[in-house]
Design a protein around this ligand. Structure first.
Ligand SMILES: Cc1cc2nc3c(=O)[nH]c(=O)nc-3n(C[C@H](O)[C@H](O)[C@H](O)COP(=O)(O)OP(=O)(O)OC[C@H]3O[C@@H](n4cnc5c(N)ncnc54)[C@H](O)[C@@H]3O)c2cc1C
Length: 391
């Protein structure tokens, strides 16, 4: 049977929409599906760090994020054991500010861009399985919506369907690294507390932060050891304020002086997980392929990075520049070369097992890894589709 699409992409948030955008702009026929009937908020705070801003800029979408009401943060202010370190958004001048857009705003901007680039979009559509051809290669997706079940034939089925990826399960994607959850999170939205900076606080083996987001609100969060997950679930209000006071009494006072305008959202802990991101007829991108703790503030940025790296590899293979296996192995090598140091540092930070100098060392490693990936992404337009990346 003739293939209907070059790629069917499962998941229409940051990883899936960005992959669809990049592939559609390279001239491929793409279908992106999501089981959600609309792309609203999801369990996530909002920092888009330098890598993410570089990608939004390169894709011509940053203006839409700004027009959507996300305020610019020209500084990131790190506070470790009470000592404050203000850092410019970017020292290279590529990025003027960092942003923390609400997910219903950001994710829809990328999805709309994919649609405008020619991708077909089907919301309210779940993947229930994959189909194989006679050689065992994945040859498409089994999809269900209110209209019933259908099979969509595609050269590639891409799982952008998050940590618990159904695509990964269906293709038996090997797990290369798994580390249990160490950190649990509570966040909410508060009016009247923002300084305009992205503020992150580390101390007493706890983490907190304030991200200025849409509608004049601050997205305020705390991270606590996963051993406190029961209390995260049953008493988020009490634990939230207690954690702020433990890290910094003045921070706690500031937040108490503001007005909380939304309920608490919680994550009781998620593992760090790396999967092999490709095989015959399938690929994984975003959290489905590489998930790290929210302590990174970098899941959105990683998704944007890997979406483009994958799209370029698929394009190189479709164009005949590289055999498929080599192109996809190249994608995995580039992903890993750019994410390995960051992954170790994030696992270290999320362990909450550090003193002040230990936290600073993890943050410095993350900063260096981000600088490296910004350099690589910025050079992509001149470096060719699949240039190797040194580890
Ligand atoms: C508490 C918390 C705070 C965070 N804060 C930040 C932060 O400040 N900055 C940052 O960069 N990152 C942050 N992250 C991480 C970030 O949210 C993720 O890395 C990011 O959302 C991953 O995007 P994704 O597109 O890969 O997957 P997801 O956002 O998980 O999207 C997957 C999509 O796939 C769809 N889907 C799943 N299964 C199916 C199926 N069978 N059929 C069809 N569709 C399906 C889902 O409906 C969903 O829309 C945070 C995470 C948490 C938990």
């Amino acid at each position: 049977m003739e293939r209907e699409y070059d790629a069917v992409i499962v998941g229409a948030r940051v990883a899936g929409s960005a992959t669809a955008l990049c592939l559609a702009r390279l001239g491929h026929r793409v279908l992106v599906v999501d089981r959600a009937p609309r792309i609203g908020d999801t369990l996530s705070t909002h920092a888009v760090l330098r890598t993410g801003v570089v990608q939004l800029t390169r894709w011509g979408l940053l203006d839409r994020v700004i027009a959507g009401g996300a305020p610019p943060s020209r500084r990131m202010v790190l506070s470790v054991d009470g000592a404050t370190m203000p850092l410019p958004a970017d020292e290279t001048g590529r990025v003027a500010a960092l942003y923390a857009p609400r997910r219903h705003v950001l994710d829809n901007i990328v999805l709309d861009a994919a649609r405008r680039a020619g991708a077909d979009v089907a919301l309210g559509t779940s993947l229930t399985g994959v189909v194989h051809d006679a050689t065992g290669r994945v040859a498409g997706a089994r999809l269900r919506s209110t209209a019933g079940e259908r099979i969509v034939r595609a050269c590639f089925t891409v799982g952008a369907d998050g940590l618990r990826s159904r695509v990964a399960a269906a293709v038996g994607a090997p797990v290369l690294d798994h580390r249990p959850a160490t950190c649990a999170w509570i966040y909410t939205y508060v009016a009247g507390v923002g300084t305009g900076d992205l503020e992150m606080f580390y101390g007493s083996r706890r983490i907190a932060g304030i991200f200025p987001t849409n509608d004049g609100l601050a997205n305020v969060y705390v991270g606590v050891p996963v051993t406190e997950a029961d209390r995260v679930r049953t008493d988020p209000d009490g634990l939230f304020h207690e954690t702020l006071a433990t890290i910094s009494p003045s921070l706690a006072e500031r937040i108490r002086a503001g007005a909380r305008v939304e309920r608490f959202r919680v994550s009781t802990g998620l593992p760090a997980l790396v999967r092999r991101p490709h095989g015959p007829g399938w690929a994984l991108v975003g959290d489905a392929g590489h998930h790290k703790d929210a302590a990174s503030g970098h899941g959105i940025s990683s998704a944007f990075r890997d979406a483009e790296l994958l799209a370029r590899s698929l394009h190189a293979s479709a164009r005949g520049d590289e055999p498929e296996r080599a192109a996809l192995a190249g994608f995995e090598a580039r992903r890993d070369a750019l994410s390995h140091r960051m992954h170790e540092a994030v696992c270290g930070l999320a362990s909450l097992d550090w003193d002040g100098p230990g936290a600073i060392a993890h943050l410095a490693t993350m900063g260096e890894a981000i600088d490296r990936e910004c350099d690589v992404l910025w050079a992509l337009d001149t470096a060719g589709d699949t240039a190797p990346v040194a580890a």
